[in-house]
Design a protein. Structure first.
Lengths: 294, 354
């Protein structure tokens, strides 16, 4: 009899302890909220977070987040198309900001169902893409005011750059530009609907390749008929070739007008193609260097 | 019959019950290890809490509960189903071809699934733009399953002759069709954009990252049925080990056995590959490992290969999702890293018989 009583008491005690233990957690949720923890996936989105002063909120980034240098020291969640649900959740994020190219879709669904806010930004290679990134990160980081301010600043810079390019190019022949990307094996050249195509256009040049979308392998005859005045490539491509001299030794380039004058413009890949907050700066630099090279 | 089958092969081996018990223990160990490790830190005490909550039903689940029940547990279950299906199907194929190098890829399931997956990833957007709207993320899964099945059917039809299905013919047809699928994938990779190429690459390396309960249920049921069906093949496969004509003399319907073995393999491996991508080497090494310790009796080899395959996949996946956390490695990379050295050791072991 007494044994029974004692056991029931113990049970009641346990239940009470469990109830009490749950209380502090409930209070913590209602009290002053800490700033949202963010995972930024894509180099440009990470840049926006840093530009908004949200670096302390960025708990992890992806492998394409290379700028600013501090972003390299954050935990890396891997390549944006091969994310791991448990890996992302282990960083306890409140929001994940990524591009629509990120995946796999099942992982994104799992994040959503775990209550993580998901912001996906479509890459359409317009100024609007940069604006959307700023707004999305501002929303997710609870820094709307800073986002508005950054937006105004960037819009002003952008209008400035666009005006200067339009002025310079008035009545002038637009240089034909070939963008070459060869971070690894075979060099690829950019057609329509690529970030490179858009950036060349912004900077007052014209992509010498048209009639196809995305990237294609570079071939000698096609490059000769495209007749670029200037070759544009990333610093990373030059490094992969082992220097500018080696780059010009590529047989595909030998029959181009650009080869005769050795007109080459190189730029950091993320700065040039990332469509982040440094886009006005990238376009401005590219514009000047195109004019100088052409 | 089994006495004759058992006298082939190696001398010292363990009793059937010991082998199956060891396989089950290994699987249990791999499961416990997998359940208690992961990128998201869940302590043993929390794990017990989660399990208790799951048992009693919980109104407001903790984050640990959500992560374990919705991400880690379905992934473990999918790993068991995938490894079991691949291991068992590998044993069936090696028995059917009477060749230690046979694996389910030989009859075109993997290459067919890969080609269909490639077509869906690269050309899906303009070939069948409506399909993803109705099937959603199941588009790739169903296309890959269909592709694997169709290619297997094609190879089966090509290997028919007046005197029934000829295994040598099937082997050659399989190699030819696999080469064709490889060329198709090469063509697709030229047409693909950078992003599509990366997606295809990851698919070809396999991953359990897409695990969700609906997929687990589907693959689990198919693999369970296939395993049950494969057990009825054990005795006929033992007879076929003596040669097809001997098996026929022993009263085995060889043609029917072949057909059923191919259907069982196509369903099990097709369902697994369609949901996870290509997980290599499990179908090759699990049956060999079992035969080395238990001998060639298919009544042991089939179920034990399933158990060992499941344990291997769980162990490899646990490494895949923890070693680079919070990122992860593709599973196919790890099964190859573990599989190839074991395969080479095995080759060395069997060097007098090849």
């Amino acid at each position: 009899m007494s044994m029974h009583l004692r056991r029931r008491d113990t049970l009641r005690g346990l239940a009470a302890a469990a109830g009490l233990a749950a209380l502090p957690a409930a209070f913590a949720q209602q009290g002053s909220k800490p700033p949202p923890r963010l995972i930024t996936i894509s180099g440009a989105i990470t840049e926006v977070a840093y530009a908004l002063g949200a670096q302390d909120q960025v708990v992890a980034t992806d492998t394409t987040s290379l700028y600013p240098a501090a972003a390299l020291k954050t935990p890396k969640v891997g390549y944006m198309r091969q994310l791991s649900a448990e890996g992302l959740l282990s960083m306890k994020p409140d929001a994940v900001i990524a591009t629509t190219e990120s995946g796999p879709p099942v992982v994104l669904d799992q994040l959503r169902s775990a209550g993580v806010k998901l912001e996906l930004i479509e890459a359409d290679h317009t100024w609007g893409e940069v604006q959307r990134k700023v707004q999305a990160v501002g929303r997710a980081a609870a820094r709307e005011a800073q986002a508005q301010q950054l937006q105004r600043q960037l819009d002003a810079q952008w209008a400035d750059v666009q005006m200067r390019v339009a002025d310079d190019m008035a009545g002038r022949r637009r240089p034909r530009v070939l963008f070459v990307l060869s971070h690894s094996a075979s060099p690829q050249v950019s057609g329509e609907k690529t970030a490179a195509h858009a950036v060349i256009g912004f900077a007052g040049g014209v992509n010498c390749l048209s009639g196809f979308q995305g990237y294609r392998p570079m071939t000698a005859e096609a490059m000769a008929s495209a007749a670029p005045d200037v070759i544009l490539t990333s610093n990373q491509s030059i490094e992969a070739h082992g220097g500018v001299e080696r780059f010009w030794q590529r047989p595909e380039l030998a029959l181009t007008p650009a080869f005769a004058k050795r007109s080459l413009v190189t730029q950091d890949a993320l700065l040039l193609l990332g469509f982040g907050p440094r886009l006005p700066q990238a376009v401005d630099e590219l514009h000047r260097r195109l004019l100088a090279a052409a | 019959m089994s006495a004759t089958a058992a006298s082939i092969g190696m001398t010292r081996r363990l009793a059937p019950r010991t082998v199956l018990g060891a396989g089950a223990t290994l699987l249990l160990l791999a499961f416990v290890l997998g359940a208690s490790s992961g990128a998201y830190a869940i302590s043993t005490a929390q794990l017990w809490g989660v399990l208790r909550d799951a048992w009693q039903g919980v109104v407001e689940p903790s984050p640990e509960h959500l992560v374990f029940m919705n991400i880690r547990l379905p992934r473990l279950m999918l790993g068991i189903a995938a490894g079991c299906g691949l291991g068992m199907a590998g044993a069936v194929m090696q028995g059917l071809f009477r060749n230690p190098l046979a694996d389910p890829g030989l009859i075109g399931i993997s290459s067919g699934a890969a080609l269909a997956a490639g077509v869906t990833i690269v050309l899906g957007a303009w070939l069948w733009p409506v399909l993803p709207r109705t099937l959603g993320s199941w588009t790739l899964v169903s296309m890959a399953f269909g592709g694997g099945f169709l290619v297997t059917l094609l190879i089966y039809v090509l290997s028919r002759s007046e005197s029934g299905t000829r295994m040598a013919l099937m082997l050659l047809a399989g190699i030819a069709i696999n080469a064709l699928a490889g060329a198709g994938l090469g063509l697709l990779s030229v047409m693909a954009t950078d992003e599509q190429l990366r997606s295809l690459q990851f698919w070809l390396l396999g991953s359990l990252g897409g695990a969700r309960w609906s997929a687990v249920a589907l693959v689990g049921v198919v693999v369970l049925l296939a395993c049950a069906a494969s057990l009825t093949l054990a005795a006929p496969l033992n007879a076929i080990a003596l040669g097809e004509s001997q098996a026929a003399l022993l009263g085995v319907d060889v043609e029917r056995t072949k057909r059923r073995a191919i259907v069982v393999t196509a369903f099990a491996v097709g369902a697994v590959t369609a949901t996870t991508g290509i997980i290599g080497f499990i179908g090759l090494i699990a049956p060999h490992w079992v035969r080395m310790i238990a001998g060639p009796d298919h009544r042991i080899v089939l179920p034990a290969s399933g158990l060992l395959g499941a344990a291997l996949v769980l162990a490899a996946d646990t490494v895949a999702r923890t070693i680079l956390a919070p990122a992860e490695l593709p599973l196919g990379v790890l099964t190859a890293f573990i599989g190839v050295p074991m395969f080479l050791l095995m080759l060395r072991h069997y060097r007098h018989r090849i």
